[in-house]
Design a protein around this ligand. Structure first.
Ligand SMILES: Cc1cc2nc3c(=O)[nH]c(=O)nc-3n(C[C@H](O)[C@H](O)[C@H](O)COP(=O)(O)OP(=O)(O)OC[C@H]3O[C@@H](n4cnc5c(N)ncnc54)[C@H](O)[C@@H]3O)c2cc1C
Ligand code: FES
Ligand code: FES
Length: 487
């Protein structure tokens, strides 16, 4: 069986490619997939618009073999993916969508529909849109408008306008995903499985960098203990910006995105246990019934391209005061599971976040999962996000509330968790203490909302002034009260 030494292997469209790091000047382990592709004259369909996941011009589709040995196609931003993250996957670029038959170019249905609906003007965004439409085509038949809009949220167009592109999606996605990729799927699956089988840990070394990509969690823990200075990366949607925006040299990296054991979602009798490596896109789908407040927050989290890469462990690990899952996890009273080679501990999320972007994690530990207690019968949990734009924007202020009333409408317990109003995600403890034991009515809620207005001392920045944030925090509680009357 072939061993990959200082090299990664993947399928570029339909060809097996091995990229070696021995003495390459054109790429390093933290070269992004976007920059790798644009080194080739034939692969310049993919574009750079922002290099930070905001425009979608760099969208490519990744094919991965799932547990049932089927290829799953996902649109991702190639500007946020490091080259080794392609190992054992199929990278599909816009150049491979059309095919030649009898010396004629036959466009893929999504390309033909864009032509038919006049969905392109200057064309800069078009390859990115084509790839998002292609992923939609492979995953849905006759998708609803909501599904189409969600698939296109991560792509910006400054000249055509979106209506013709939406119509192109409606026109194209009617063949149950069948196309020329269907014919080659079995062969591609076999090659990808071979690569997976023959790789335990990728260990990539150049003069300046070392990049580890373990396939097993045990190995990741060992690597972590041996390399305490190494940066952990999972989806890399935060870490990649260190390279693309800050031009930092990441000397040692442990990439845990290839560890399948960390991608679980388990419903237990009293808890829901989520693996740190589960993508937020999968979590969004899986949590819809059992954890609606989390599901709701994930519907306005980044874009599909971002959520397909980003993980729950990464959102917690970033400890950003505007990390969107954090107020939700606080409201659900979740705990974080942390492991090192010889220890495992479970820490409540409130204690895990220590300060601005600082967590309780030690240099030999990895976040492995999150335990979310199922809310008690009758508990209302609801999440809110205020941002400048509804889609693909980070929060100005976010909140998640959990409320339990008794039969007399008296508040038995309440959690008021906020993002964007302090250096960390924070509970409005003073307001909580005021509300507990009181009647849940407009007068009490308005008084509590005034406490919230005084309780936080947020900063002003480009997103909002401090007063606007305090007003938003105050008013969200009033909105929650009004929403709670309809449950
Ligand atoms: C365009 C764009 C839009 C975004 N929109 C949003 C948004 O709407 N809401 C929001 O909250 N965030 C948003 N983000 C930020 C980012 O996507 C999230 O924070 C995401 O959850 C990070 O997950 P990741 O797996 O990509 O983490 P990574 O980038 O891989 O890592 C993030 C941090 O967590 C650490 N880490 C990761 N996994 C582990 C682990 N298992 N154990 C220990 N440490 C770990 C890393 O060392 C690093 O410090 C956006 C980012 C971009 C680029
Ligand atoms: S270049 Fe803009 S999302 Fe990648
Ligand atoms: S066609 Fe010009 S940016 Fe979309």
């Amino acid at each position: 069986m072939k061993k990959y030494k200082n090299a990664v292997a993947f399928i570029l469209n339909d060809k097996l490619v091995e990229v070696n790091f021995n003495d390459s000047r054109s790429h390093t382990p933290t070269t992004t997939v976007l920059n790798y592709l644009r080194n080739f004259p034939f692969h310049r369909g993919v574009k750079e618009g922002c290099a930070e996941g905001d425009c979608g011009a760099c969208t490519v589709v990744i094919g991965q073999v799932n547990e049932e040995n089927k290829i799953i196609y996902q649109a991702v931003d190639s500007c946020l993916m490091f080259l080794p993250m392609l190992h054992g996957k199929q990278l599909i670029t816009v150049e491979h969508l059309a095919r030649i038959e009898d010396n004629k170019i036959i466009l893929h249905p999504v390309q033909q529909s864009l032509v038919d609906k006049y969905g392109s003007q200057c064309g800069y965004c078009t390859p990115g849109f084509v790839m998002s439409l292609f992923a939609l085509y492979k995953n849905y038949n006759n998708p609803s408008k909501e599904i189409i809009l969600d698939a296109l949220t991560g792509n910006l167009c400054r000249c055509t306008g979106y209506q013709p592109i939406i119509e192109a999606a409606e026109l194209a996605c009617v063949n149950n995903g069948t196309d020329h990729f269907t014919d080659s799927e079995e062969n591609i699956t076999n090659i990808l499985l071979q690569i997976k089988k023959s790789t335990k840990t990728l260990s990539l070394k150049t003069k300046k960098q070392t990049y580890y990509r373990p396939a097993k969690f045990k190995k990741a823990k060992l690597l972590r203990s041996l390399h305490p200075e190494a940066i952990i990366t999972s989806g890399a949607t935060d870490i990649a910006l260190k390279v693309t925006k800050k031009h930092e040299l990441l000397k040692e990296i442990i990439d845990i995105s290839g560890i399948e054991d960390l991608k679980y979602y388990e419903e237990r009798p009293n808890t829901i246990n989520v693996g740190a490596g589960l993508s937020l896109e999968k979590l969004k789908t899986l949590s819809e019934k059992a954890l609606p407040a989390l599901h709701h927050m994930l519907t306005v989290f980044g874009s599909k391209q971002i959520r397909s890469l980003a993980t729950l462990g990464g959102n917690i690990g970033s400890a950003s005061p505007i990390g969107d899952t954090l107020p939700v996890l606080i409201a659900y009273n979740a705990s974080v599971v942390i492991e090192s080679i010889d220890n495992k501990r479970i820490v409540n999320i409130n204690d895990f976040i220590k300060a601005y972007r600082k967590t309780d994690i030690h240099t030999d530990e990895i976040i492995t999962g999150v335990i979310i207690p199922k809310p008690k019968e009758g508990t209302i949990v609801r999440s809110y996000k205020i941002s400048k734009r509804k889609d693909l924007d980070i929060s100005t202020v976010s909140a998640c509330y959990a409320l339990k009333l008794n039969n007399e409408n008296i508040v038995q317990s309440i959690i008021l968790a906020y993002g964007g109003v302090a250096a960390t995600t924070k509970r409005a403890l003073e307001a909580e203490n005021f509300i507990i034991g009181k009647l849940w009515n407009q007068e009490i809620v308005e008084e509590a909302s005034q406490i919230i207005f005084r309780e936080f001392a947020p900063l002003s920045d480009a997103r909002a002034g401090e007063e606007m944030r305090r007003i938003a925090a105050r008013n969200l509680l009033v909105k929650f009260y009004s929403d709670s009357l309809t449950f």
